[in-house]
Design a protein around this ligand. Structure first.
Ligand SMILES: CC(C)(COP(=O)(O)OP(=O)(O)OC[C@H]1O[C@@H](n2cnc3c(N)ncnc32)[C@H](O)[C@@H]1OP(=O)(O)O)[C@@H](O)C(=O)NCCC(=O)NCCS
Length: 175
């Protein structure tokens, strides 16, 4: 796959891979940074190494099934946005290092990602999930124009002691 780079007003999105090991690990092993995530926090740096190796390999494919992007602010790596495809539907995800929260960075990156995939990859159906307590995450979904299409119990975040509830949001673009 030709390496995609997406520019926004303040940010640059570049393929996420092993070169970002330390800065990804900083947030991936942090409890507060990952408490609403199903697959994080990582227990050790090896898990981060494996995740990034897989992201590297995916970028090498002719037609990747998913795209992980590093969010760069100046020359600082501050987080990641992603889109994972299943049957043509793109599932969105995002994480920002807690030092950079509440600056509009996640929304700015996610908005650019969605527009890039609509205009350059022909994606028309986006989906996203989050814990019902993850206000920052569902606010991003709502700002992207996504609509809540599901809510159910039985979500298990990795570090949670009990099941929580989950929202599903979708965006369908007419062509
Ligand atoms: C979710 C996350 C990526 C948001 O990053 P961010 O860069 O701080 O988000 P933004 O600054 O773009 O904010 C988006 C909206 O959420 C609001 N918001 C951000 N943090 C908030 C918080 N803790 N409580 C309430 N609202 C919040 C912002 O005010 C903004 O809404 P507004 O434009 O109406 O003011 C970040 O909190 C994070 O990394 N969380 C941990 C990882 C995670 O949970 N990812 C999602 C898994 S589903």
């Amino acid at each position: 796959m030709k390496k995609i780079e997406i520019l926004t007003k303040r940010l640059r999105l570049k393929p996420l891979g092993s070169e970002y090991l330390q800065t990804v690990n900083d947030y991936a092993m942090d409890y507060e940074n990952t408490k609403y995530m199903c697959r994080l926090p990582n227990d050790n740096i090896e898990e981060t190494v494996n995740f990034l190796r897989n992201a590297d390999a995916e970028w090498e494919k002719e037609k990747p099934e998913y795209y992980e992007f590093a969010i760069l602010y100046g020359n600082k790596h501050i987080g990641a946005v992603s889109i994972y495809f299943e049957e043509g539907i793109g599932e969105l995800g995002w994480i920002v290092n807690k030092k950079y929260w509440r600056n509009g960075f996640a929304y700015e990156a996610a908005d650019a990602l969605v527009h890039f995939f609509i205009h350059n990859m022909g994606t028309t159906h986006f989906i996203a999930y989050c814990d019902t307590e993850n206000v920052a995450s569902y606010k991003i979904m709502e700002k992207l124009g996504m609509v809540r299409t599901g809510e159910w119990g039985g979500r298990r975040n990795k570090s949670a002691l009990q099941d929580t509830c989950e929202y599903q949001y979708e965006l369908i673009v007419s062509r």
